[in-house]
Design a protein around this ligand. Structure first.
Ligand SMILES: Cc1cc2nc3c(=O)[nH]c(=O)nc-3n(C[C@H](O)[C@H](O)[C@H](O)COP(=O)(O)OP(=O)(O)OC[C@H]3O[C@@H](n4cnc5c(N)ncnc54)[C@H](O)[C@@H]3O)c2cc1C
Ligand SMILES: *[C@@H]1O[C@H](CO)[C@@H](O)[C@H](O)[C@H]1NC(C)=O
Ligand SMILES: *[C@@H]1O[C@H](CO)[C@@H](O)[C@H](O)[C@H]1NC(C)=O
Ligand SMILES: *[C@@H]1O[C@H](CO)[C@@H](O)[C@H](O)[C@H]1NC(C)=O
Ligand SMILES: *[C@@H]1O[C@H](CO)[C@@H](O)[C@H](O)[C@H]1NC(C)=O
Length: 492
């Protein structure tokens, strides 16, 4: 997962998305909505237009992957809940396509971008530690690393994203795997309340007292309104021991065996390793192992097998949680990107070998498409079998009976002309690994996919299972005008 190179450029990104998307209505068609919003909002909020020299328009439209950006008619940075409500009412009455962006890490096109009105939540950026209540209020425009920075030194922390740059809103609305999930569950299991602007503009605080919205918001994405603040449970936080180790593929067999053994033992809930297999510019495979222990030093022996394998880079150390997260960056080499979800029940040594084989198989086949070659990564997320026991009855996951593990593939590339080959390859590789998991006896036929990793055409049923009907009914009641369907994403 750890990558050291970067060549993303926001403005190029937006121009590329514009060219790719010339079939739709002109974004200029939505300018009257922009003007109406600019007229209605208070001075806490600002509307920006293409060509804006302050950089806000570009930043508001920018995403982690170019293919997730679009050239909006305007962007708006709301600075108050009342203004979010006014904006949503204008969007509803004009039926203008729009998008809501938190950290901008959605990898599916149009999930947080639009040719209409781009709402960027950046001004909702407060972190308030309610130490006495044991909760933290977190603005919906924050990135997780900003939250961890703000809490650094307080001795408290929350359950959130694992990598630099990822947004609080998308992670928390879709599920939320954390370094602390083994101990405390998913992000959705740790919400105490939501400040929500409903699709009709009504402002609400949603808690467990509101059975339907409480259920729907815990995993149901952007279908039920715009969240302006999350109140999350907090937990004591000491220094942690963690970092990354990079290994040459020469040691793949040893690493796969060590990882499978570590996962099978499901040891200390404070301990996690996250292996990923990535190609390098020279066509080799490198294995990146992220190592985390939620304490200043791990119990003796716990990670010895990994540490005994000769590494190329080793950055594991005792540090604050915030500093650990800042050390984990992932910037793909290419700017076009897609991710797929790969739910399995167990990362056995043979399955990890299949994953490694996939990386070896696709690297030489995709490298000739571009120079530098596309950037490919296979990630094997693991959790302890009890990780779903910390919450219940949420939109996602649809069942907590089987603790599926959310593996993921990330492919990125630079040239639009490679799109079809790259998309075909990532789908095929995902299917191959799933088939191998089935073939070794894993019962994954009914595995639910993780909506925050799933590719855009994943059927709702495959993510939300038995919950689809209830979520559709709640959506129909809360959003009878289908306002939230004017924004992209998985829709009920
Ligand atoms: C490098 C990388 C690392 C990742 N690490 C993790 C991880 O550790 N754990 C994990 O669980 N997932 C992880 N993911 C997946 C992640 O959960 C999704 O990409 C998620 O959508 C990112 O949220 P965001 O706010 O950054 O994205 P955005 O693209 O801004 O938003 C994602 C979705 O949420 C909606 N949304 C955003 N803000 C609001 C709001 N205020 N109200 C209503 N809807 C809103 C958007 O409309 C969009 O549909 C990672 C992804 C990447 C690319
Ligand atoms: C914004 O509006 C408020 C209330 O109308 C006013 O008190 C304040 O001075 C204004 N701030 C700026 C920066 O214009
Ligand atoms: C490696 O992967 C390729 C492509 O999926 C497949 O054809 C081949 O049989 C695999 N080899 C092994 C040893 O799994
Ligand atoms: C993208 O691919 C096309 C077709 O192969 C090629 O003509 C073009 O030069 C490539 N563009 C870049 C920037 O590499
Ligand atoms: C807005 O929607 C909520 C939730 O469905 C509902 O309770 C409320 O009455 C609606 N408000 C208006 C003004 O229609």
């Amino acid at each position: 997962m750890l990558k050291l190179t970067s060549r993303a450029a926001g403005l190029v990104a937006i121009a590329g998305a514009l060219l790719a998307d010339c079939s739709q209505a002109s974004s200029a068609d939505y300018l009257p909505t922009c003007k109406a919003i600019a007229h209605a909002v208070s001075n806490a909020s600002t509307v920006y237009y293409p060509g804006d020299s302050s950089g806000h328009y570009a930043a508001d439209n920018e995403h982690w992957g170019v293919t997730s950006s679009a050239a909006s008619a305007c962007s708006v940075e709301p600075g108050s809940v009342t203004d979010v409500s006014k904006i949503l009412q204008i969007i509803a009455s004009t039926k203008t396509p729009f998008a809501v962006k938190g950290g901008g890490h959605a990898t599916n096109p149009g999930f947080s971008s639009t040719r209409g009105v781009q709402i960027a939540m950046t001004r909702f950026n407060q972190v308030v530690n309610n130490a006495a209540a044991g909760t933290v209020d977190i603005g919906a425009g924050l990135l997780w690393d900003e939250v961890y920075s703000a809490l650094d030194g307080t001795g408290q922390n929350v359950v959130g994203g694992r990598i630099q740059g990822v947004g609080v809103a998308g992670v928390t609305l879709g599920g939320g795997y954390s370094w602390k999930t083994n101990q405390y569950g998913l992000a959705v299991d740790n919400v105490v309340s939501y400040n929500l602007v409903l699709p009709n503009g009504t402002v609400a605080i949603v808690t467990s007292a509101d059975a339907d919205l409480w259920f729907a918001l815990r995993g149901g994405g952007n279908n039920f309104g715009i969240v302006t603040k999350f109140e999350l449970k907090s937990y004591p936080q000491t220094d942690v021991w963690g970092g990354a180790a990079h290994y040459s593929s020469h040691y793949a067999d040893r690493l796969n065996a060590a990882a499978a053994k570590f996962f099978e033992k499901a040891p200390d809930k404070k301990a996690t390793v996250l292996p990923s297999y990535s190609n390098t510019l020279t066509g080799d495979i490198v294995i990146n192992l992220l190592i985390f222990y939620d304490g200043p030093s791990p119990p003796p022996g716990l990670f010895d097998e990994f540490l005994a394998i000769p590494n190329e880079v080793l950055s594991v150390q005792t540090q604050s949680f915030s500093s650990f997260i800042k050390s984990i960056t992932y910037q793909p080499d290419g700017s076009r990107i897609r991710q797929t979800s790969l739910p399995v029940l167990q990362w056995t040594a043979t399955l990890l070998q299949v994953v490694y084989n996939e990386s070896k198989y696709w690297t030489p086949r995709l490298a000739p498409l571009e120079n530098p070659p596309p950037s490919l990564s296979w990630q094997s997320d693991d959790m302890v079998p009890t990780y779903l026991s910390h919450g219940d009855n949420s939109a996602w996951p649809p069942s907590r009976a089987k603790p599926f593990l959310p593996g993921a593939l990330f492919f990125s590339w630079a040239n639009q002309s490679s799109d079809s080959a790259m998309l075909e390859a990532i789908r095929q590789s995902t299917a191959t690994i799933r088939a191998a998991a089935s073939a070794e006896g894993q019962d994954i036929a009914d595995a639910w996919e993780y909506p925050n990793y799933a590719i855009e055409d994943t059927p709702l049923q495959e993510m939300y299972g038995v919950n689809v009907a209830r979520l559709r009914a709640i959506h129909a009641r809360v959003d009878p005008q289908n306002v939230m369907k004017l924004a992209g994403g998985f829709k009920f």
